[in-house]
Design a protein around this ligand. Structure first.
Ligand SMILES: Cc1ncc(COP(=O)(O)O)c(C=O)c1O
Length: 411
């Protein structure tokens, strides 16, 4: 039997032909494919500007810079995410201030964010509650005099489902905070009829090969703000002023450029974006059918505000007393890969060392981190492969249930 991969890109002849055309040109960087790819994504998300970069992480870093986040500032974000959505804040020596998520979706809890934003803008004792342990009493944890430390909210559209953006945007407006959407997992998702990526001041997509659309490595920022777009183009290109000569560097910049091969791959994938997303939705539908009615598993929850899910991963939750890690090991033993996705960011060793986080700090995130299991998923998965995963998963779950007799329907 063939191995079922955890994920796989969906590459057709269109991508192969487009890539071979690039190799026949003299432009392998900053050429016409980059521009065409950017225009295609801008049109798709309904954004004025799109700036491609070499990873989602690079894009988030540049968005954080554009939001004016500097040393000691605070950015409200989610601990239930991939580590890059917090690291991008750390790159500017600022502090990701985590706020717990909603149990149903795993996205930022807007009521908690509203509370946190109020307290953090007030500063002093009220702010302390939300700050990481290691900053609570230190001078670093105190607001700079007369300067508001809280600069931005960085919601993550986890697993391809938009965060509850309306109340988050209202909070941001109330406190004059920039909103950076981490849409790295959510190209093509819609929130109340609006495209993910079109809601904040800037949004970032990522195109690693497990994503809905891939460029190999790569990412892209969308924004409606002309000043930010110019800044992004300069920052990704060693701080060269967009209107200036190649040898003039007007600010501290980076080499975050996306090469032409990657851009061409992205352009070809953009031509197939509806097909790519539809194929993934079909695979998610097969999983939903096969797992329906099983009382030991919770299937992905789609919020009423999600007018279109963009399936990045298929993440189930295992109900007690099933042990996620044991299930994962037993699946692996039978040739089925799976991942504990996400591991909460605040419990990552680096974040624990840096900020003194402990278990118990973000209970909803931690619970999700304990019970969530990403199953093999891609647009090229077949119905037979989904069947095999679900059959083995059910056998593993039942064998655990026999060994742990408290298991019964209704748990
Ligand atoms: C939520 C989230 N943010 C950021 C990133 C970073 O993207 P990249 O791996 O392209 O740097 C990812 C990628 O997996 C992600 O899932």
């Amino acid at each position: 039997m063939d191995n079922i991969p955890m994920s796989a890109p969906d590459i057709s002849r269109i991508e192969q032909q487009t890539l071979s055309r690039v190799l026949q040109t003299r432009h392998l960087s900053l050429g016409p494919y980059l521009e065409q790819f950017e225009q295609a994504v801008a049109a798709y998300t309904g954004s004025r500007y799109a700036i491609a970069v070499n990873s989602g992480t690079s894009g988030l870093h540049l968005a954080v810079i554009a939001a004016g986040v500097t040393s000691g500032d605070w950015v409200i974000t989610s601990p239930f995410s991939f580590i890059a959505s917090a690291n991008c804040v750390m790159y500017e020596r600022a502090v990701p201030v985590f706020v717990d998520v909603e149990a149903a979706t795993g996205n930022l809890d807007p009521a908690l964010v509203a509370e946190a934003a109020c307290d953090l803008t007030r500063g002093g004792a009220a702010a302390q509650h939300w700050l990481p342990r290691s900053l609570k009493q230190s001078s670093n944890g105190q607001p700079k005099s007369n300067i508001q430390n809280l600069k931005s909210i960085l919601p993550v559209h986890a697993f391809g489902q938009p965060a509850e953006m309306a109340p988050l945007l209202a909070t941001a407006q109330q406190h004059r905070l920039a909103v950076i959407e981490d849409a790295c997992e959510a190209i093509g998702a819609d929130y109340r009829g609006h495209r993910a990526g079109s809601l904040g001041d800037a949004a970032v997509f990522a195109f690693y090969p497990n994503k809905q659309l891939t460029t190999g490595e790569g990412g892209l920022i969308v924004t409606d703000r002309a000043d930010w777009a110019d800044l992004f183009r300069s920052l990704r290109n060693q701080g060269r002023d967009v209107f200036n000569a190649w040898l003039s560097h007007t600010r501290l910049g980076y080499n975050y450029r996306l090469d032409e091969m990657s851009a061409a791959l992205g352009l070809a994938q953009m031509q197939r974006i509806d097909e790519l997303l539809a194929k993934r939705a079909r695979v998610a539908g097969w999983y939903d059918e096969r797992l329906a009615g099983l009382d030991w598993v919770e299937r992905p929850f789609i919020a009423a505000s999600t007018s279109r899910m963009s399936w990045f991963v298929y993440v189930i939750r295992l109900k007690a007393p099933l042990l996620r890690d044991t299930v994962m090991q037993q699946l692996a033993g039978r040739g089925i890969p799976s991942r504990p996705y996400f591991t909460p960011i605040h419990l990552q060793p680096f974040y624990q060392q840096q900020f003194g986080y402990q278990r118990g700090d973000f209970p909803v995130t931690e619970h999700l981190g304990d019970v969530s299991l990403a199953l093999p998923f891609s647009g090229v998965m077949t119905a037979d492969q989904v069947d095999r995963v679900c059959t083995v998963l059910t056998e593993v779950a039942q064998s655990q249930a026999v060994r742990r007799p408290v298991f019964s329907a209704g748990h």
